[in-house]
Write a protein that binds this ligand. Structure first.
Ligand SMILES: Cc1cc2nc3c(=O)[nH]c(=O)nc-3n(C[C@H](O)[C@H](O)[C@H](O)COP(=O)(O)O)c2cc1C
Length: 199
């Protein structure tokens, strides 16, 4: 079965991210996809140190990095839940991503983000970083703007109904991500990993 890693990039104690994570996970599972929730709170990684992982594929310096690498490696595609801080995505996620290379390569990645402009600035940064990892960032994204964000954030508990207006956008994301997952999965199966050649 196709496995999607749903990556929660915020580690803040009072984070909003859990609510979109619940909504997106529900929608992906309805499509019959296997969802691996990769919560950066569960992956407390050291600051990146060492040679470029592009030239040292899957050579992990610590068990924690190996565990994060395993989750990323096993996924066929990614949906990143992008909290926006100071017009960028989280430093925690950038540090974690840099520990790997081959694990991301030639796979599709999609974004669900929120904020005053729907996390658009964080998503644009993530798209350019994803390309450098050899990934295919897909076009449809879900941007949770204040009209949905404020009620969804201030509600006492998670309520899927509060995200309902964004359901068509999430459907478009899932449809496109599925297409790219199949296309790139076939491509990876047909040719060996040639990570070093990407340099
Ligand atoms: C340090 C910090 C910087 C922020 N910068 C932005 C920003 O640049 N743009 C924005 O729309 N929201 C910004 N916000 C508000 C966040 O979008 C909001 O706190 C959101 O809930 C963060 O996601 P999280 O709760 O999952 O961590 C910022 C919040 C923090 C804590």
């Amino acid at each position: 079965m196709t496995k999607i890693a749903l990556i929660i990039t915020s580690t803040r104690t009072e984070r909003f991210a859990d609510r979109p994570a619940a909504w997106v996970a529900e929608r992906l599972r309805r499509e019959g996809l296997e969802v691996d929730v990769v919560d950066m709170r569960d992956h407390d990684l050291p600051s990146f140190d060492g040679p470029s992982p592009m030239y040292a594929p899957r050579r992990y310096a610590t068990p924690a990095i190996a565990e994060f690498g395993r989750h990323v490696d096993e996924a066929d595609a990614y949906v990143v839940l992008a909290s926006e801080y100071n017009h960028g995505y989280t430093g925690v996620f950038k540090n974690a991503a840099d520990h790997l290379f081959a694990e991301w390569d030639r796979k599709p990645i999609a974004f669900v983000a929120w904020g005053n402009v729907g996390g658009a600035r964080a998503v644009e940064q993530l798209r350019s970083v994803a390309v450098e990892f050899g990934m295919a960032p897909i076009r449809p994204a879900v941007h949770i703007l204040p009209d949905v964000l404020v009620p969804a954030m201030t509600a006492p508990t998670y309520d899927a109904e509060l995200f309902a207006a964004l359901e068509p956008r999430l459907d478009a994301l899932v449809e496109e991500l599925t297409w790219w997952t199949n296309a790139l999965g076939s491509g990876r199966a047909a040719s060996p990993e040639v990570v070093a050649a990407h340099a």
